[in-house]
Design a protein around this ligand. Structure first.
Ligand SMILES: NC(=O)C1=CN([C@@H]2O[C@H](COP(=O)(O)OP(=O)(O)OC[C@H]3O[C@@H](n4cnc5c(N)ncnc54)[C@H](O)[C@@H]3O)[C@@H](O)[C@H]2O)C=CC1
Ligand SMILES: CC(=O)C(=O)O
Ligand SMILES: [Mg+2]
Length: 598
């Protein structure tokens, strides 16, 4: 939306990278206005607005508040039984009235998060070509690279885009290659950016790079909406991604680029290529690494152990697994004042071939290489037998990022419990059905000793009358705050130290610091406050690292918090100001002509 700014020179808002919003300029009227989710207020349009924007006769007489509308929408939400139907209801609300959509979700975040994110969004992505009604986001296909630049520019609502999520759809939320339907992960991650961190919804862009799909079910599906061909790989793929990134740099030089759910062969490689070139981030590698390190840090406090004394075993050494390994290694190195190589000795990786040892040679990926062990260390051990590996390593921490449902068996949990007082066990694979173990089983098999966090939400567990809150260790707890911090500081890059600052800020909010059974990470219902605190830590570190380009960022802690909060978008209706279409900025016009909806 285009905002009218009313400021004095001393107003702290004059130094804000995100414009302040007293009023919203709008050039639309009549049905076109009602059909635009960005401006539509439905029954909440005032008498004056109904007159000014030619809405009389297009709405029932009564004027309702946003609170009334939220009540009605909540009732409607509950008239659907299946999570996927609830997901589709919320999607249609988002298509109709953006403020109401975000308000409903903000008021019921804990209840609805699993419906708009993992696991239900994974089902919606899988069914995308069958449930499709209205496009949302930006679709770029590898057969038309010369159109990328124009489309990227046209798809944006606003000339100033703050945050872009892009996926190529190869490894979606633990359910593999989902082709063009993966647009749903970009738009879902953006919805969370707005909900959890107050990023302005119209200053975001969700993108899918349609490079084909290797998912046979999709290729055989007559209703499939993407490119019906196998994935393009190699030089042509790299060129296509590069054209997209260059287009982002050209059209939206201030934007932060978030890579999501790229496949194993590309995720880390692309991050390494683009990290020095523009402010960007891979959520599955860095976001997952950061949130997991925060949960491990908080578990170490509970166990009264130092982080760098922990032995960590990671099962499933792909993007998420190696991202966690890197983050934990770097934190251990910093804390112990030792080299990364030395710190890596505390981390063991297991993948399909079993424990990663040097004789695996070319099967080892670049991301796994720092953690490869000598063959001798595992002499006499069946390399693919997790129980035997645990017997040899005696880990304090066991993390699952494998998509191998049930891999943490009773024998596995009993074995780890033999060697340490409180095993730290995180089955992080999504969706729920792919978790490496059920928290209630881990708790029972460890005699209530385990400290547990999961990738998808789980109910609290009980053992002998004791109730234990299972923390949701999902990157959604941290990437919104990191993203907000980068956007507000207009950081030229996301440095490693900014990530570590984000981790410390999150870990410091752990409820387990006060009560060991109350969860290793804050409750998802508190994520907005968490994001604000994480953003402050990221902004502060960006200034210290000299990568912040925003001028006049407050140094004082309380002022910094106020400055961050002030720039977070809230789902409330703002007065609409009529502007002449001929003079309106692009965002005041809403979607026009052939623009793809966002
Ligand atoms: N909780 C969170 O915040 C996050 C969770 N995840 C979840 O982690 C899982 C993995 O995601 P990515 O790392 O992106 O995928 P990926 O494909 O990059 O990595 C998966 C790894 O697990 C390995 N693997 C598969 N089956 C195995 C088995 N039976 N034994 C040992 N290793 C096995 C694969 O070879 C691969 O190296 C997914 O379920 C995903 O949803 C991913 C990102 C964030
Ligand atoms: C949470 C997430 O990013 C994933 O499962 O891929
Ligand atoms: Mg992901």
């Amino acid at each position: 939306m285009s905002e009218t700014r009313i400021q004095t020179q001393d107003d702290p808002r004059s130094k804000s990278p995100i414009p302040f919003h007293d009023q919203v300029e709008c050039a639309l009227e009549g049905r076109v206005l009602l059909n635009d989710p960005q401006f539509n207020k439905g029954s909440a349009f005032t008498i004056e607005e109904r007159q000014t924007f030619k809405l009389n006769g297009l709405l029932p007489t009564a004027i309702h508040s946003l609170e009334d509308q939220t009540k009605r929408a909540y009732e409607q939400y509950h008239s659907y039984e299946l999570p996927i139907a609830k997901n589709q209801f919320l999607q249609s609300l988002r298509d109709q009235n953006e403020v109401l959509f975000y308000r409903l979700l903000s008021d019921h975040l804990k209840e609805m998060l699993s419906v708009i994110y993992t696991p239900t969004e994974g089902d919606a992505i899988k069914l995308y070509s069958h449930l499709f009604r209205r496009p949302e986001g930006c679709f770029l296909d590898i057969e038309h690279p010369d159109e990328v630049d124009d489309i990227v520019n046209q798809c944006a609502h606003h000339d100033d885009i703050d945050y872009i999520v892009v996926t190529d759809g190869e490894e979606i939320l633990g359910i593999g290659d989902q082709g063009v339907g993966s647009i749903g992960i970009s738009t879902a991650k953006l919805a969370l950016m707005t909900l959890c961190a107050g990023i302005y919804p119209n200053r975001t862009l969700g993108v899918v790079l349609d490079c084909g799909t290797d998912n046979e079910d999709l290729l055989q599906d007559g209703l499939y909406l993407g490119l019906r061909q196998n994935r393009v790989r190699g030089a042509r793929y790299d060129q296509f991604v590069d054209i997209f990134v260059k287009s982002v740099q050209k059209n939206f030089p201030k934007a932060f680029l978030h890579f999501e759910d790229f496949g194993l062969t590309n995720a880390r490689r692309l991050l390494e290529v683009y990290r020095p070139q523009l402010p960007c981030f891979n959520d599955d590698i860095q976001g997952t690494g950061a949130v997991t390190l925060a949960a491990v840090t908080s578990a170490a406090w509970v166990c009264k152990l130092k982080l760098n004394d922990l032995r960590v075993l990671i099962y499933g050494a792909g993007s998420a697994g190696t991202g966690i390994a890197d983050q934990v290694r770097d934190a251990m190195a910093e804390m112990g004042n030792v080299s990364a190589e030395e710190a890596a000795k505390n981390i063991w990786l297991v993948d399909k071939p079993g424990i990663l040892i040097s004789s695996l040679g070319k099967k080892i990926t670049n991301g796994q290489r720092p953690y490869v062990r000598s063959n001798d260390e595992f002499d006499g051990v069946e390399h693919t037998d997790l129980v035997q590996v645990i017997r040899r390593v005696k880990p304090h921490v066991l993390i699952g990022t494998s998509t191998h449902s049930g891999a943490f068996t009773q024998n596995v949990i009993e074995e780890i419990t033999k060697h340490v007082d409180n095993p730290i066990v995180f089955p992080l694979s999504n969706p729920t059905r792919l978790a490496e173990a059920q928290p209630k089983d881990i708790f029972k098999w460890s005699n209530g000793k385990a400290l547990i966090a999961t990738g998808s939400p789980f109910e609290p567990v009980t053992f002998e009358g004791r109730k234990y809150i299972v923390a949701e260790c999902n990157n959604a707890m941290i990437y919104p705050g990191i993203g907000l911090g980068c956007v507000l500081s207009r950081a030229s890059m996301l440095s490693d130290s900014m990530l570590i600052s984000a981790v410390h800020a999150l870990a410091a909010l752990s409820p387990a610091l006060k009560d060991a059974d109350s969860g290793l990470l804050p409750d998802v219902g508190d994520v907005r406050v968490v994001s604000m605190k994480v953003a402050c830590a990221v902004v502060r570190r960006a200034v210290e690292d000299g990568v912040a380009t925003t001028q006049g960022i407050p140094r004082d802690e309380a002022k910094l918090e106020a400055w961050v909060k002030m720039q977070m978008w809230d789902p409330v209706y703002r007065p609409l100001k009529k502007v002449d279409p001929a003079y309106a900025s692009r965002d005041a016009k809403g979607k026009v002509g052939s623009k793809i909806s966002q």
